[in-house]
Ligand binder design. Structure first.
Ligand SMILES: Nc1nc2c(c(=O)[nH]1)N[C@H]1C(S)=C(S)[C@@H](COP(=O)(O)OP(=O)(O)OC[C@H]3O[C@@H](n4cnc5c(=O)[nH]c(N)nc54)[C@H](O)[C@@H]3O)O[C@H]1N2
Ligand SMILES: Nc1nc2c(c(=O)[nH]1)N[C@H]1C(S)=C(S)[C@@H](COP(=O)(O)OP(=O)(O)OC[C@H]3O[C@@H](n4cnc5c(=O)[nH]c(N)nc54)[C@H](O)[C@@H]3O)O[C@H]1N2
Ligand SMILES: [Mo]
Length: 766
């Protein structure tokens, strides 16, 4: 394993291209995948399954290293069918790593779990649909079903999926958003009346300053690096707030620019780089607001404040009542540093703030994001060219899924519109989010789990609890492309239903089908797969959902007609969803169409018709309340509690592990590492490379521990640690969730570390 001394000086460049080629070769479908890369994010091609960043509309190559990995991972020759399951029992498979499971290849035929033999066995599609229908129809209450969605499903599949649930009578739609940007949706809806970002890609060309908070775009949104690089070259000031020094936010060489690939050249990205303590961003931004009130009161946009906002004076008082000591100690940043950041903010005519999981996965995330909004409202940095708010979404269609109805708390207006169009009574009361769904499965109140993609077992917190919860389902139905742990947590009955990937052709009797997706800028556009399906037995997600609907609710709609012609599904959506009028026509435009954002038009759809300042005080403590106060006091005295963030390496897509390297952080061949400040290690008499156990301080009578993690010295604030997800999920108590959002507090886990007691040799290969 290499360590932090091997940190690269820049991100991107030649190593990115070399890594892309390596992953293409490993896919065993190199030729197809090169073809795929030429078509990804082109107007007649398919949408990259990597991330939700938008496409530049000028027809150049639109892929990146990690997009290429996602495509190569999906498009492989290796398959997992009934024969594979004959050779491996479920108990044996449970002993394999997550990497090994997915690496076996694409799921290629439907299979059903046989409890007697502990093996999955072949089942026909029709029998599988009937089995689901019989089970669902036998339940006394539709609220005993959990309909999980991961944000890759198309708008068409997701729209039909939510119809099944609602026609049956439930709003139980837990989804990956609950673990991801939930806090952004809540904060933005309450503050500006719409839960989405207000900028479009072109705004990045016009911004004079871009703040990037709690986000690692070099790995997770590499196409965003092109926008940041271009902006930086034009003199836009980029300010990064990141707990870690992420190399791509310092220097980036575009893999698409020959001069930067072939020479040592690179573009400096951040003008100012600040590293707050974990959970310290609300304090940091409060500090910036305080600077504006104290030093630059003339930069307050009083016109904007007066005509467009409510609760300004309450906010002003809150800022006055927040003292610098609290700001500096909670953020870990000095008043001078925050003054520098505030000066860039007020001296720029147009400012964008972007953020991701570093802001959304804390106890006080909703208030933190509202504080970002406060700053923009003070200065009127919203609803004008080059200015606004940009929560950068994760999964490629997670935003679209919400738009078309995957929401456990649908608005009354949405349900009314469905009722009017489908002529039946539908449920208004909220259903389960991920936290509530897992609790209900765990106590057997819920009996069926259906997952449209994803890997809930490894994505959710409190791994032991979550595994028990999934295993408690009487029927576990997984619609997936690759084998993962969620398929193996079975007790009674279970189905694995293999679907087409986004890069594959979806042929129906009416011709080649398109699907649609929505990116982080609310652009909706079509996507058409290009390569031959991996197996003739895979069905499209849309067809699988339509067939389940037909089996369960045959009379409610002509589902079989819908599955043969997705234009008909889009016609239904056009009649039901705001902004989707003439849907089929609008997606004929090469770049699709933009769903308008009311806040970007100075139309505030809040209860007062104004944008709201939020006056919350800084939290007393950033850690979850499940960390008991007596223990907290004791640990504080001994000064031994660290705050741990769980994050992604460069070689993974959420729970999908592509490899064991994290190139930009200097890590090779290993995932069980924990990044620590050298001075903290010295204080505990620990050395670099030493193996430690990490124990959660939120115990509630249960020991939550992961063992044998190697210490890596890193530029990280004292008292903070970082390690990869999903390996660290066992440390997060199920009760440790954000206020209002229920999102696991994956970026602020209280832990202690000690030399390992594990006798196992460190595993370095997969
Ligand atoms: N290749 C690849 N692409 C992906 C994904 C993937 O796994 N792999 N996942 C997709 C998904 S679903 C999502 S949601 C996004 C995730 O995209 P990111 O949010 O970039 O993902 P994380 O790896 O969780 O990184 C969090 C970043 O925030 C910083 N951070 C953590 N806590 C704090 C804090 O309290 N304050 C500040 N200021 N910084 C903090 C971390 O140091 C890290 O740089 O990426 C999407 N794209
Ligand atoms: N500790 C910690 N936990 C976290 C996070 C964190 O930062 N820290 N991040 C959270 C976040 S932001 C998210 S979004 C969640 C992710 O949670 P999920 O979305 O549930 O997880 P993924 O790992 O993206 O799902 C991978 C699986 O999706 C299936 N799949 C892939 N492509 C397709 C497709 O096209 N169709 C279908 N039907 N299936 C497909 C494959 O079978 C694959 O095994 O994890 C969350 N969990
Ligand atoms: Mo996410």
């Amino acid at each position: 394993m290499k360590n932090s001394n091997n940190l690269p000086e820049k991100a991107g460049g030649l190593p990115s291209i070399q890594s892309t080629i390596k992953h293409l070769l490993r896919s065993h479908r190199t030729k197809d995948n090169i073809k795929n890369l030429l078509r990804v994010n082109q107007s007649d091609g398919f949408d990259c399954p990597g991330c939700a960043w938008g496409d530049n509309q000028h027809g150049t190559f639109q892929f990146c290293e990690n997009g290429a990995k996602a495509i190569a991972w999906e498009s492989t020759d290796k398959t997992v069918g009934a024969e594979f399951f004959k050779q491996h029992s479920v108990s044996q498979l449970l002993n394999q790593s997550d990497y090994w499971l997915e690496y076996q290849g694409r799921l290629s035929e439907p299979v059903r779990y046989n409890k007697k033999t502990d093996h999955y066995e072949a089942i026909s599609w029709q029998d599988a649909f009937k089995l689901i229908a019989d089970k669902l129809n036998s339940l006394s209450d539709a609220n005993q079903i959990e309909f999980y969605t991961s944000g890759r499903a198309s708008n068409e599949a997701a729209f039909l999926y939510q119809l099944i649930g609602r026609f049956l009578g439930t709003n139980n739609f837990p989804d990956c958003s609950n673990m991801c940007h939930e806090a952004s949706g809540i904060a933005l809806t309450e503050s500006i009346g719409v839960g989405k970002g207000t900028v479009v890609l072109d705004d990045f060309d016009k911004a004079e300053a871009i703040f990037v908070l709690g986000q690692n775009p070099g790995t997770n949104h590499p196409r965003m690096m092109n926008a940041l690089r271009k902006a930086a070259k034009q003199g836009c000031k980029i300010v990064s707030f990141n707990n870690l020094k992420e190399v791509a936010l310092k220097k980036f060489a575009s893999p698409q620019n020959p001069a930067e690939v072939l020479t040592n050249a690179a573009t400096p990205i951040s003008h100012l780089y600040l590293s707050p303590k974990l959970g310290g961003d609300m304090a940091a931004i409060r500090g910036m607001a305080k600077v504006i009130f104290e030093i630059y009161p003339k930069r307050l946009n009083l016109n904007f404040i007066q005509s467009h906002t409510a609760d300004f004076s309450a906010y002003q008082k809150t800022v006055e009542n927040t003292d610098w000591f609290k700001i500096e100690s909670q953020s870990g940043l000095s008043r001078e540093q925050l003054t520098q950041a505030a000066e860039i903010f007020v001296n720029s005519n147009s400012v964008i703030s972007c953020w991701a999981m570093g802001l959304t996965q804390h106890k006080h995330s909703v208030d933190t994001i509202k504080e970002v909004v406060n700053l923009h409202l003070l200065t009127g940095q919203i609803a004008k060219p080059g200015a606004g708010l940009c929560p950068v979404r994760g999964h490629s269609n997670v935003q679209g899924n919400r738009t078309v109805g995957i929401n456990e708390k649908p608005s009354a207006e949405f349900i009314k519109s469905l009722e009017a169009n489908f002529n039946q009574r539908l449920p208004y009361s909220p259903g389960h989010n991920v936290y509530q769904a897992l609790k209900a499965l765990h106590n057997k109140q819920s009996k069926v789990l259906i997952c449209l993609g994803g890997n809930l077992a490894q994505a959710a917190s409190d791994t032991h609890f979550t595994h028990q919860a999934i295993k408690s389902a009487e029927l576990n139905v997984q619609i997936s492309t690759k084998l993962n742990r969620s398929h193996l947590l079975v007790s009674e009955d279970a189905l694995i239903l293999p679907c087409l990937g986004r890069s594959e052709k979806d042929e129906k009797s009416t011709g080649l089908q398109k699907i649609t997706v929505e990116d982080t800028f609310s652009m909706v556009h079509a996507s058409t797969g290009m390569t031959e399906p991996v197996s003739q037995f895979c069905l499209s997600e849309t067809e699988i959902i339509a067939q389940i609907a037909n089996a369960v609710l045959p009379k409610s709609l002509n589902w079989l007609e819908l599955k043969e012609d997705y234009r008909k599904i889009r016609d239904l959506m056009a009649r039901t969803l705001n902004g989707f009028e003439n849907f089929n026509l609008k997606i004929e435009q090469p770049t699709g169409f933009h769903l308008t954002n009311s806040a970007a038009e100075l139309n505030w759809q809040t209860n007062t018709q104004k944008a709201h300042f939020n006056s919350a005080m800084l939290p007393e403590n950033i850690l979850s309340d499940c960390y008991q106060s007596e223990q907290r006091a004791d640990d504080d005295r001994k000064n031994i509690t660290f705050v741990l963030q769980s994050l992604r390496s460069h070689d993974q897509y959420n729970t999908t592990i592509y490899g064991l390297d994290d190139r930009y952080r200097g890590i090779q061949g290993k995932r069980s590492v924990v990044f620590i400040n050298a001075e903290d290690a010295a204080q505990l008499s620990l050395t670099e490379g030493q193996a430690v156990d990490i124990r959660s301080s939120c115990n509630q009578g249960i020991t939550r521990e992961v063992q044998n993690f190697t210490l890596v010295f890193y530029d990280i604030p004292r008292g903070n640690l970082a390690a990869y997800y999903p390996e660290t999920n066992p440390l997060l108590s199920i009760e440790s969730v954000g206020e209002y959002s229920y999102t696991p507090t994956s970026k602020s886990i209280p832990v202690t570390i000690s030399p390992t007691t594990s006798k196992n040799l460190t595993i370095t290969s997969i």
